[in-house]
Design a protein around this ligand. Structure first.
Ligand code: ATP
Length: 190
């Protein structure tokens, strides 16, 4: 049976933390594929410096190039409106392989609010959550059954990258070179 991971995020921008957790989790949990799913963020919610959806998607596509374990889905962006993981999981299950086992990868910063996600009990019956330690926090008492990944902590966040980029500093080695080139060309996050 195929084992498929899903990594959702704003990816504003994607960084090596995202890529490294996807790689480590894929290996440790024997996943055949990890699907990166950039979320649609409604324009009225747009925080300062939120890059339009299709350009965040473009950066994710650049970042996963050359890694056959990784793929990208634009389903949340195409669906538009608020992105709910339950809708995404149902869609991806249909689209990819209804018989596959699905895993949903989240950073531990998401764990405290996981029980509030839309239709969480249905969602939890469709996927197994894999929690990756972030900022040294792993074992927040989860109200939902989850598996914990034993990954290396990488303290990089999109917020920290945007801050560095806004002050004209280098972000080399924190995200792929082709994504940095795209950001510079488009003059994002200045
Ligand atoms: P921001 O700083 O803008 O909030 P972010 O770096 O948290 O962004 P997201 O796109 O929101 O990035 O993250 C998508 C998913 O990846 C979330 O589940 C998040 O917890 C996880 N994640 C992001 N960065 C890391 C990291 N360095 N280590 C572990 N998990 C991470």
């Amino acid at each position: 049976m195929k084992r498929i991971g899903i990594l959702g995020g704003t990816f504003n921008p994607i960084h090596n933390g995202h890529l490294a957790i996807a790689q480590m989790v894929a290996e440790d949990f024997l996943l055949d594929k990890v699907i990166f799913v950039p979320s649609h963020v409604p324009p009225h919610k747009a925080a300062k410096n939120l890059i339009p959806a299709y350009q965040r998607l473009a950066m994710v596509n650049l970042a996963v190039k050359g890694n056959s374990l990784f793929t990208v889905s634009d389903c949340e962006i195409k669906r538009s409106g608020k992105s709910y993981s339950i809708d995404t999981v149902k869609f991806l299950k249909d689209q990819y392989n209804p018989g596959a086992k699905f895993f949903f990868i989240i950073g531990s910063d998401m764990l405290a609010k996981l029980h509030t996600w839309k239709e969480i009990s249905t969602l939890a019956s469709l996927v197994t959550f894999i929690v990756v330690s972030r900022r040294g926090v792993l074992n927040t008492r989860a109200k939902i059954k989850v598996l914990y990944a034993n990954t290396i902590d990488l303290e990089v966040s999109s917020t920290a990258l945007r801050t560095r980029l806004a002050s004209g500093k280098s972000v080399k080695y924190l995200l792929p070179d082709n994504v940095i080139a795209y950001i510079n060309k488009q003059k994002f996050y200045q």
